[in-house]
Design a protein around this ligand. Structure first.
Ligand SMILES: Nc1nc2c(ncn2[C@@H]2O[C@H](COP(=O)(O)OP(=O)(O)OP(=O)(O)O)[C@@H](O)[C@H]2O)c(=O)[nH]1
Ligand SMILES: [Zn+2]
Length: 380
């Protein structure tokens, strides 16, 4: 098995490891460790540091290296929560912003934006995208590197074409292992572990029974939810959907559940828990994510498409209420020959979450039922 698609023997003596995906994965890792990375374009270069991954001392060190020329980049989603509108995101002068002030501007609810700001450059926007791949908030300290400066020479470098070039590897997955696991409520299942994508993560397909791949296969694509799936959190419907989905696959004569490592709609457990803090203050899930700089749904489904292909499943009946999952499979060349709704219990804690999914994210849930339930729950 060869899962190291980006490392190959260039000659007898050495490994060649310099390619777009390798540079991207190194940059992701560097940001997580609180080190700056360089984003190179044809004529200029920017050094970027993830605010979410540094201490005040590291922040100061970057500001000193940038000689006061640094800016704070915030995504378009965060900008609009601050009342500023720019599809590329915004940049504020870093001079005079200490760590606490920059952090407040990046994700505090009641922050006020300075009146002076400019539209972010493509490199700043890309820096935010790299931070998101690193499961960090897209809030970056950035500085243009003067032409002859050697200050940031030791930092990992990323070319502006590395991101688009790497995307094609997002569907590069290989099977690591396939093994039977009997499940108490769902009978004989097989777990198939795939490895790959941009971050070489392991993703799991659970095959329930013996699905017939000559006909549309019942498939549930489920994004991980540690709080709901594992701990029975009442704030969402994920745990119920996971179990009800597996039950439906069994009742439908067999099918596949893809369990995707996409906590918090792709933002990661840290951001999701931060967003919960804002939800406790009354924001809905989408606005809470936007406060942190994220869009309504940051998930990608390249892994799902690759895993279905790897299992030779080209035609599915999809168990979901989420139209984005249907369109993502269609875009990936998988036929969707039917949709089966998957629901969970409506509780006082999750009813607003479900209403937001329906009203703001277009999920195909019955809004009448939800509104009635919300009223009954509030009437006691
Ligand atoms: N950011 C954020 N993510 C959440 C919140 N509650 C649940 N999630 C995440 O939402 C995702 C839900 O996944 P799914 O149940 O597969 O997807 P869905 O979009 O509800 O679509 P279907 O269940 O297929 O109808 C998981 O990644 C959860 O971790 C929340 O309050 N904020
Ligand atoms: Zn959940």
């Amino acid at each position: 098995m060869n899962v190291s698609h980006n490392i190959w023997v260039a000659d007898q003596a050495s490994y060649e490891v310099e390619d777009s995906a390798t540079r991207l994965e190194r940059a992701v890792s560097e940001l997580r460790y609180g080190r700056p990375v360089i984003l190179e374009a044809t004529n200029d270069a920017v050094a970027a540091l993830a605010l979410d991954a540094v201490s005040p001392a590291e922040y100061q060190r970057f500001a000193r290296a940038a000689m006061g020329e640094e800016v704070l980049y915030l995504s378009s989603h965060r900008a609009s929560r601050l009342g500023l509108h720019s599809t590329d995101g915004v940049a504020f002068a870093g001079r005079g912003l200490d760590f606490a002030a920059a952090s407040a501007l990046a994700y505090d609810r009641d922050a006020k934006a300075p009146s002076a700001w400019r539209r972010a450059s493509p490199q700043m926007k890309m820096a935010g995208e790299v931070a998101q791949l690193a499961l960090l908030l897209p809030a970056m300290m950035c500085v243009a590197i003067p032409r002859h400066s050697r200050t940031f020479d030791a930092c990992a470098k990323l070319h502006h074409m590395d991101m688009p070039k790497s995307r094609r590897l997002a569907q590069n997955f290989q099977v690591v292992v396939r093994t039977p696991v009997p499940l108490r409520d769902f009978g004989d299942c097989k777990f198939v572990v795939f490895r790959g994508g941009l971050a070489q993560k392991d993703q799991v397909a659970i095959i329930v029974g013996n699905p017939d791949t000559l006909n549309p296969v019942p498939v549930r694509i489920h994004s991980s939810c540690l709080t709901g799936d594992l701990c029975g959190s009442l704030k969402c419907d994920c745990g119920d959907q996971l179990r009800n989905g597996l039950t439906s696959l069994k009742e439908l004569g067999g099918g596949v559940l893809l369990y995707l490592d996409q906590e918090g709609r792709g933002t990661g457990i840290g951001a999701k828990m931060r967003a919960y803090g804002y939800q406790h203050d009354g924001l809905d899930t989408i606005d809470a994510d936007a406060e942190l700089g994220f869009g309504a749904d940051e998930r990608k489904y390249d892994a799902a498409v690759a895993m279905l292909r790897g299992l030779k499943v080209y035609s599915v009946a999809l168990l979901t209420n989420n139209p984005t999952k249907v369109s993502a499979l269609l875009a990936g060349g998988i036929s969707v020959n039917g949709r089966v709704p998957v629901t969970g219990r409506i509780t006082a804690d999750n009813v607003e979450y479900l209403r937001t999914k329906t009203l703001r994210a277009g999920h195909m849930l019955d809004i009448e039922v939800l509104s009635r339930a919300a009223k009954e729950l509030s009437d006691g």
